[in-house]
Design a protein around this ligand. Structure first.
Ligand SMILES: [Zn+2]
Ligand SMILES: [Zn+2]
Length: 257
């Protein structure tokens, strides 16, 4: 992989390594473009604390650190500055206002929880409820319709354990609508190496049938994930089995311009 736009840092409280360590690893791995998409801060009402992301007051240091490193390493690698954000309807305007001054290169949509997060279970917990699938897919589509997101990370994160027929009933129109928006779906490498419920063959067979666009994302939570070729090999084998060809690079969409 020459281009990876899905990289976390220690700032999100569940990944390891600093920005510099990821950059050094990426150069060693022959990566030409390294995009950072750490978990976006969200401004929640009251004193709710979201434990898997940087806090809003940490965004400034994230951006300034990356800008300095981008300059320092400009002859060796192209650094892009982004975030992986959920689409929370009640919080999204405040998120855009928060990030606007930093003129980020891109956002990727990673819908880990639905609604506005508070009181909801993580989407990778198993569910056989059709209402959950409906809620999740409609919220992701609404997020993508904002035009702020470059691609959809782990599009099949929701761990639906119910019937194939029900899954298809909702995922087929979901994939079709995303195809109409011309937004790529990520094949998530961390999901493969960590043996998560995603990426699932069930989902990608539907997306292949629809003819969606695809891109690989490392979803690096350690610098070592960038230098270990195992994950990419697993992802390429997964794509070969499904019969899809991921694009080697994507055009980044600035979210606030
Ligand atoms: Zn994610
Ligand atoms: Zn991620």
């Amino acid at each position: 992989m020459k281009h990876n736009y899905h990289t976390h840092t220690v700032r999100c409280r569940h990944a390891q390594n600093t920005e510099r360590e990821y950059i050094e690893a990426a150069i060693a791995a022959g990566i030409e473009t390294l995009g950072f998409a750490d978990h976006a801060p969200q401004i929640f009402p009251g004193d709710y604390y979201s434990h898997f992301r940087m806090r809003p007051e940490e965004l400034s240091d994230y951006c300034s650190t990356l800008r300095a490193l981008k300059e320092e390493y400009k002859d060796k690698i192209d650094i892009k500055i982004g975030l992986e954000a959920e689409y929370y309807p009640a919080l999204f305007p405040a998120l855009l206002a928060l990030i606007r001054p930093y003129e980020l290169d891109y956002l990727i949509l990673g819908q880990h929880l639905d609604d506005n997060e508070i009181g909801l279970e993580h989407n990778f917990l198993p569910t056989d409820k059709e209402e959950h699938l409906i809620r999740h897919t409609s919220q992701v589509l609404a997020g993508l319709h904002t035009g702020c997101f470059t691609y959809l990370a782990h599009p099949d994160l929701v761990n639906f354990t119910g019937d194939d027929e029900i899954y298809r009933r909702h995922m087929l129109p979901f994939c079709r609508e995303i195809k109409e928006m011309d937004i790529p779906l990520e094949v998530n490498i961390l999901g493969l190496t960590a043996k998560r419920n995603y990426p699932s063959e069930r989902f990608y067979r539907i997306a292949a049938e629809v003819g969606n666009r695809f891109v690989l994302g490392v979803d690096a939570h350690t610098a070592g994930a960038l230098t270990d070729p195992t994950g990419e090999a697993m992802a390429r084998e997964f794509c070969r089995k499904i019969g899809i060809t991921p694009e080697e690079d994507v055009k980044l969409i600035p979210p606030t311009r």
